[in-house]
Structures are given as structure tokens and as C-alpha cells.
Design a protein around this ligand. Structure first.
Ligand code: NAD
Length: 257
């Protein structure tokens, strides 16, 4: 599978799942555009190193995915978008009656609205090129709910709805749109929670992972960023040309329960 000649924009890709997806797309030969809101020297260096490792063109473009104009500006600045991966996301955990308004607004903006804005600008580029792939990173929480994650669950269900609508609007073109629904993935964000959980539950690392973090993931194993990257590359392949408007769970059986 070669994606040589394709340009992929991955939102929120200076760490975790987004970076894992960018790496697998670059490994498959795609030129990649990395993004986050931070715009530090190390972000640009990360892109340069990735480009050198896989012999592709790799750029970093700073843009805050909580801002509509910045979302649109990211795709406009990239100038070309054959593959769009909407991955940027944040989380906040609180009961509905205590959920901070600013957190609700930020989660809906970054996790849901950003995908609408980037897609709106990317679609004309894909139509001009006669080919396109949109991969939205939803979550098992795009298909099921958990208490205290109202904004995240609402946003991720919204991402699945946006995915279906985008697929229907492009159904007769060589453009597909799908959502990947990961269960727990061991990203730096999740890794950082382990020491606190060990203290809170007075458990060792393995016990916290199995009994607390992966309690709803029947495999009792994390999905990896490489697996999510591989799933994305598959969705960009010719084999996936008739897969559109659907979700692919990478969740160790979570949504089978
Ligand atoms: P992460 O914190 O490692 O990565 C999040 C990325 O989004 C980072 O690159 C960060 O810089 C970027 N980001 C955050 N706010 C931004 C903003 N305002 N503008 C631009 N970029 C911004 O987290 P992750 O675990 O890799 O999560 C990536 C995606 O996968 C998210 O959408 C998340 O909801 C989803 N997801 C994660 C898991 C998991 O277990 N880790 C499970 C299901 C879904």
C-alpha cells in the first residue's frame, strides 16, 4: 500500500494517537502535516525528524482547534489535503450539574466542531483532486456512554453523526469518511494517570491497568497508537474504497459487551 503523492493533515498530532497515525501514514509514503496549538520549536523539529525517518515531506502547522477560523486556516495553509484525520481532542470528567461551562464549550469545539470546519475546507480540495479520505477519531464513547463524561460522550456521538452525513454527501465520489472508535490507548495522557490511580486504589501498576483502567475493555490490553495508525492506513487503501459512513472499533471488545 503506497500513499506516495498524497498529503495527509492530522489534527492534534504532536503526541499520542495523532502522532502514531502520522507515523504510519508517513511509513506508507504520505506527506504529512502535523498540528497542535503549541507551535514550539520542538513541534517543528518533530515534523522534520519524521520526514527524515520516512523520506517524505513533513511539516508542522500550529493552529488552535478550539477556534473555527484557525481550523479552517490549518487546511488552507496546508494548501492540499488528500487525507484528513480529525484527531484533536480533550477530556474533562465531572457530573452534569457541576460541569464547568468553559470545559463543555472547549470539548464540543475541539472534539466535534473542529472536524466540521476542517472537513468543510478539505472537501473542495479532495473534489479537485478526484480522491479523498476523511478519518475521524471518535471513541468507544462515540457508541456508548459513561457517567461524568457528558461533553466528551456528546461530542464523540456527534463525530459519528458528522461522519455519516459527510459520507452521504460524498457517496458518489471517490471520497470516503469513516470514524475509528478506540477503546483505551496507552498514550502519554493515559500513562500519566497511572501513578495517581496506583495511589488512590493502593494497587500496583498492573493491577490498576487491569482492574481500574481496562475494566470495560474485555481484552484487558490497551490498543496501541501503531494499531490505530494501521487502521487509518487501511481506510486510505483501495480495499476500503466502499467502506464509508461507518465506525471501526479498536477497543478490545468494549462495545461487544
Ligand atoms: P493526547 O493528549 O496525547 O493527544 C491530543 C492531541 O490533541 C495532542 O496532540 C494535543 O496537542 C492536541 N490538542 C489538544 N487541544 C488542542 C487544540 N486546542 N488545538 C490543536 N490541538 C490540540 O491524547 P490522545 O489520547 O492521543 O487522544 C487523541 C484522540 O483520540 C482524541 O480525540 C481522543 O478523544 C481520542 N481517544 C483517545 C483514547 C485514549 O485512550 N487515549 C481513546 C479513545 C479516543
Amino acid at each position: 500500500m503506497s500513499l506516495a503523492g498524497k498529503t495527509a493533515i492530522i489534527t492534534g498530532s504532536n503526541s499520542g494517537i495523532g502522532l502514531g497515525i502520522a507515523r504510519e501514514l508517513a511509513r506508507a509514503g504520505a506527506d504529512v502535516v502535523l498540528n497542535s496549538f503549541t507551535d514550539r520549536d520542538e513541534d517543528h523539529q518533530l515534523a522534520a525528524d519524521l520526514g527524515a525517518e520516512f523520506d517524505v515531506s513533513a511539516r508542522y502547522i500550529g493552529a488552535d482547534m478550539s477556534n473555527a477560523a484557525a481550523c479552517r486556516g490549518l487546511v488552507e495553509t496546508a494548501g492540499r489535503c488528500d487525507i484528513l484525520v480529525n484527531n484533536a481532542g480533550i477530556q474533562h470528567v465531572a457530573a452534569i450539574d457541576a460541569f464547568p461551562l468553559d470545559k463543555w464549550d472547549a470539548i464540543i469545539a475541539i472534539n466535534l466542531s473542529s472536524a466540521f470546519h476542517t472537513t468543510a475546507v478539505a472537501l473542495p480540495m479532495m473534489r479537485a483532486a478526484g480522491w479523498g479520505r476523511i478519518v475521524n477519531i471518535a471513541s468507544a464513547h462515540g457508541l456508548t456512554a459513561s457517567p461524568f463524561k457528558s461533553a466528551y460522550v456528546a461530542a464523540k456521538h456527534g463525530v459519528v453523526g458528522l461522519t455519516k452525513t459527510t459520507a452521504l454527501e460524498t457517496a458518489q465520489e471517490a471520497i470516503t469518511c469513516n470514524a475509528i472508535c478506540p477503546g483505551y490507548v496507552l498514550t502519554p495522557l493515559v500513562e500519566a494517570q497511572i501513578p495517581d490511580q496506583m495511589k488512590t486504589h493502593n494497587m500496583g501498576r498492573d493491577e490498576v491497568i487491569a482492574k481500574v483502567m481496562l475494566e470495560r475493555q474485555p481484552s484487558r490490553a490497551f490498543a496501541t497508537t501503531e494499531q490505530l495508525g494501521g487502521t487509518t492506513v487501511f481506510l486510505c487503501s483501495d480495499a476500503a474504497a466502499q467502506i464509508t459512513g461507518t465506525t471501526i472499533s479498536v477497543d478490545g471488545g468494549w462495545t461487544a459487551l
